[in-house]
Design a protein around this ligand. Structure first.
Ligand code: 3AM
Length: 192
């Protein structure tokens, strides 16, 4: 049974500065730079029939690409921190894309995602790391800001059956239209 999720890939020139954030936090399990991604919709373990339906549904999405910027580093989990993540500068486009994934997955009967979507790139998973050491780490590294990058596709990833974690495999790749393609009908000269 494949374990599936949809995500944005992180371009190489953004992975590199992100990977410089590794280290300096006792007990952190740092994600390999090649596995950085921004999860849109965790789908979970599904059989091959549902996996095919997922693939078809996602192929119906017609949206434009957009710019994204990583802006800040924070921790999830409050007093029991469980992950260090890079957060995303506000982007209606990524929220709308995720909302469409959510709608489509519910349409094929996949359980709604109860958690609010907070776009992020996980940098490390934590276990038994004190909130004080996380605060110290964030004090030193929290001001991270990436260059903006263009999102021109999203992917369906699978992770190891029922285990999760990298390495992730791209099962399908879905293009998002370039701005120009989207604008084309509007900018076309009027017929005389
Ligand atoms: O992008 P990140 O690393 O934050 O935490 C898992 C990972 O998110 C998340 O899906 C991504 C790819 O594995 N994930 C794992 N199990 C989940 C679940 N039951 C989950 N998200 C929601 N519900």
């Amino acid at each position: 049974m494949p374990r599936l999720f949809t995500a944005l890939e992180i371009p190489d020139d953004i992975r590199e500065p992100l990977s410089m954030l590794r280290g300096g936090l006792p007990g952190a399990r740092w994600i390999d730079a090649e596995n950085y991604h921004l999860t849109l919709r965790f789908i979970g373990d599904v059989d091959d029939i549902i996996a095919r339906e997922v693939t078809t549904m996602l192929g119906q999405i017609r949206r434009g690409g957009f710019e994204l910027r990583l802006d800040g580093v924070t921790a999830f989990g409050g007093r029991k921190p469980r992950a260090v993540v890079a957060t995303v500068a506000p982007s209606p486009a990524v929220m709308e894309l995720q909302a469409e994934h959510e709608r489509l997955m519910q349409r094929i009967g996949i359980e709604p995602e109860g958690r609010k979507f907070t776009p992020h790139v996980t940098l490390a998973r934590l276990r038994d790391t004190s909130s004080q050491s996380v605060a110290d780490y964030l004090g030193a590294r929290g001001a991270f800001r990436s260059a903006p990058f263009t999102v021109s596709n999203f992917v369906l990833f699978s992770s190891r059956d029922s285990v999760g974690g990298g390495p992730y495999l791209v099962e399908a790749d879905y293009p998002l239209a370039r701005d120009q393609e989207k604008r084309e009908p509007v900018s076309r000269p009027l017929a005389r």
